[in-house]
Design a protein around this ligand. Structure first.
Ligand SMILES: Cc1cc2nc3c(=O)[nH]c(=O)nc-3n(C[C@H](O)[C@H](O)[C@H](O)COP(=O)(O)OP(=O)(O)OC[C@H]3O[C@@H](n4cnc5c(N)ncnc54)[C@H](O)[C@@H]3O)c2cc1C
Length: 418
């Protein structure tokens, strides 16, 4: 490959914040709001023109369960708040669109026996959810920078001093005490020289809706993927989410499949006027690149307590399993004032399929935002000096479910040997 030398340049530092959140998906939304609610100055940087990431712009419109599937809640705090918000404007069930409110039994005072039968989840309208999330972020006092791409970091020793951005103003920098990588792709961790792993097993996928005689229908276009992030049980072609050409090819080939699928639907429904509405407007990669952090969640960690747990999550695929998420799975090794949250935290190939789901992304987002605000106040942004027990106490105050005894109860109920 031939190379050229880009001339060095001096760029303006456009502003200074306590916390810089890079990426406005579900993790970034939770992180930004959690930090802002602690009274620090927060800027959320998002390359597209809406928040929610895959959940809204990618049409991934199922809020997977925040219970253990055995009738007990596993996630509360912002997990429950944002789940309830997802269907807050849903007056009726829209069966065709598959938008579906939270089961009645999970409303306050609901029938406890029914909770074993129905999981605590929702299916939402991505357009109205994006608007509701955006309002919540702005109302919390987060400064949003849309249409702005994170490009690089400026480091001094083990600390990031600035993030470097590009938008309509050209190239500029923002100073921040703590940086949160909620890019889904570990972009900040990667630019900071942290170790990362990337998956080469992503498949064609892109959910879309059609409108036909007033009926809105969701089509979950996706090739089969391998839950162990391998290719063995998946249907190719395969793509990497951190390779530019792969990203474009995944989008182009998914859209070619979409056109074929739409033609089939129209042929099956001849006589009806089937219109495409709302195709996914971002690349739908289940796992692109993730951090290799100070600690890694393993698939074998089911029901295993960790003293540094910042929250719990159930397993959307099965009833019973519950994971405690350790603070260290968000912590990079080299950089003292950086945390990852969302689908790019440190997990192994057997745990990623659980930890990438919206509920777990919001749990880590809330924890990262809270940790960032606390570190600004107490440690000058250094995560290594933060008292994790103080963080846990703050999260408990916010309603987050963390206690060891809860995990023990989940284990007993699931009857899984230790
Ligand atoms: C096909 C598919 C189906 C799925 N089904 C479900 C499901 O039914 N239920 C469920 O709970 N989960 C599902 N998931 C997983 C889940 O949707 C995602 O893992 C989760 O929403 C990720 O949230 P996040 O905030 O970590 O990342 P993302 O949603 O990826 O958000 C990252 C944000 O960062 C922004 N960003 C990235 N790079 C930059 C940059 N350099 N500069 C500025 N901004 C940047 C992006 O634009 C994006 O808004 C599915 C995923 C896929 C792909």
């Amino acid at each position: 490959m031939t190379t050229i030398k880009e001339p060095g340049r001096t760029i303006p530092v456009a502003a200074e914040y306590d916390v810089l959140v890079v990426g406005g998906g579900m993790a970034g939304v939770a992180a930004g709001i959690a930090a802002a609610r602690h009274g620090v100055r927060v800027c959320l940087i998002e390359r597209y023109c809406g928040v929610g990431g895959l959940a809204t712009l990618g049409n991934v419109t199922i809020w997977l369960p925040i219970c253990d599937g055995m009738g007990h809640q596993v996630i509360a705090g912002m997990g429950e708040e944002l789940l309830r918000l997802s269907v807050s404007d849903l007056g009726d069930e829209y069966k065709a669109a598959q938008w579906r409110s939270i089961p009645e039994c999970w409303q306050p005072g609901g029938d406890l026996r029914q909770r074993v039968e129905h999981r605590f989840s929702s299916r939402f309208n991505p357009a109205s959810y994006m608007l509701a999330l955006e309002k919540l972020v702005v109302d919390a006092g987060v400064h949003v920078l849309y249409d702005t791409r994170f490009c690089n970091v400026r480091r001094e020793g083990d600390r990031i001093t600035h993030v470097i951005l590009e938008n309509k103003d050209g190239r500029s920098a923002l100073a921040g005490k703590v940086i949160l990588d909620t890019s889904g792709d570990a972009d900040v961790c990667n630019a900071s020289g942290e170790a990362t792993v990337s998956s080469d097993s992503n498949v064609l996928c892109g959910w879309f809706y059609t409108l036909s005689d007033g009926e809105v229908t969701l089509h979950q276009l996706s090739h089969r993927y391998d839950p162990m992030a391998a290719r063995e049980h998946a249907t190719g072609p395969f793509f990497k989410g951190d390779v530019a050409d792969d990203v474009t090819q995944q989008i182009l080939q998914t859209r070619a499949s979409l056109r074929d699928m739409l033609a089939r639907i129209r042929a099956e429904q001849s006589g009806r006027d089937v219109q495409l509405i709302m195709p996914a407007t971002m690349a739908c990669f289940r796992m692109s690149r993730r951090l290799v952090g100070r600690g890694t969640v393993q698939g074998s960690d089911v029901h295993k307590w960790t003293e540094t747990a910042i929250g719990l999550t159930g397993d959307w695929r099965r009833c019973g399993p519950v994971f405690a998420i350790p603070f260290e799975s968000m912590c990079p090794v080299r950089t003292c004032n950086l945390l990852a949250a969302g689908r790019c935290i440190s997990v192994d190939n057997t745990a990623w399929d659980v930890l990438r789901a919206i509920p777990a992304c919001v749990v880590t987002g809330q924890a990262a935002g809270t940790a960032a605000a606390m570190a600004c106040a107490t440690t000058g942004g250094r995560m290594g000096d933060l008292s994790v027990s103080d963080l846990q106490a703050d999260l408990l105050d916010q309603g987050v479910l963390i206690k060891r005894s809860l995990l023990a109860e989940h284990r007993r109920r699931a009857d899984i040997p230790r």
